[in-house]
Design a protein around this ligand. Structure first.
Ligand code: BTN
Length: 205
């Protein structure tokens, strides 16, 4: 089969431009779909007996939301995901939802989802070269391990203090909130980076 690369690059660019020049109804639909994708990925879950934070597929959708929807709609999809989870859709990790879960141990990760999507969205929208595999991987690593984990770990430590009466030591905190997730997060980063490599144009014109 003869694959015409030029046609592929042109189509890819057209789809990208179409997404970024969509009307309000299309934008709303894409934001809702991305919130749904995050909710679906949250059901891929491995609970950890020693931690309130499960391994989930969510971060893949979070990173992809920034890539595909950009710096405004990407984070908006994560805000929508969070708000709809509070008011009645049980689509947080393991089919949970409601105020208590949203503002519980994992609240900081939800905040981090918004930051991570904004970070990836801002850079990939502004700098076409950032979408190349060699650039997007380190950016995804920063989005994942800084944007998500800084608020995630801070709130987890505060939650621990409120529920257990003392702050956890740093090792316990990392064992609860970071270390078990590293391998899975790297797999999701590679998956999201592959989406950037395959689907996003690498030039402005
Ligand atoms: O309760 C929720 O829905 C949020 C769960 C947050 C899970 C965090 S996100 C970063 C890290 N990677 C994972 O696979 N799980 C944790």
């Amino acid at each position: 089969m003869n694959i015409n690369l030029d046609t592929y690059y042109t189509k890819r660019k057209n789809v990208f431009d179409r997404i970024h020049n969509s009307n309000n109804i299309e934008k709303t639909a894409m934001v809702v779909l991305m919130a749904c994708l995050t909710g679906i990925m949250a059901q891929i879950i491995i609970p950890l007996p020693w931690s309130p934070v499960p391994i989930t597929g969510q971060t893949f959708a979070v990173l992809v939301s920034g890539l595909i929807l950009g710096k405004k709609l990407g984070p908006l999809s994560q805000i929508l995901y969070f708000v709809l989870g509070i008011i009645g859709i049980n689509w947080f990790g393991g089919a949970t939802g409601g105020l208590e879960i949203a503002f519980g141990s994992n609240f900081g990760y939800f905040i981090g989802f918004i930051f991570a999507s904004m970070f990836i969205g801002y850079l990939t929208e502004k700098y076409a070269k950032s979408r190349k595999l060699r650039n997007i991987i380190p950016l995804m690593v920063i989005a994942n391990f800084i944007c998500i984990y800084v608020p995630g770990l801070i709130i987890l430590a505060i939650w621990f203090n409120v529920t257990q009466g003392a702050y956890p030591d740093i090792i316990s905190l990392l064992v609860m909130g970071l270390i078990p997730f590293i391998i899975g997060d790297i797999v999701k980063i590679i998956g999201a980076s592959a989406i950037s490599k395959a689907l996003l144009p690498k030039t402005v014109n």
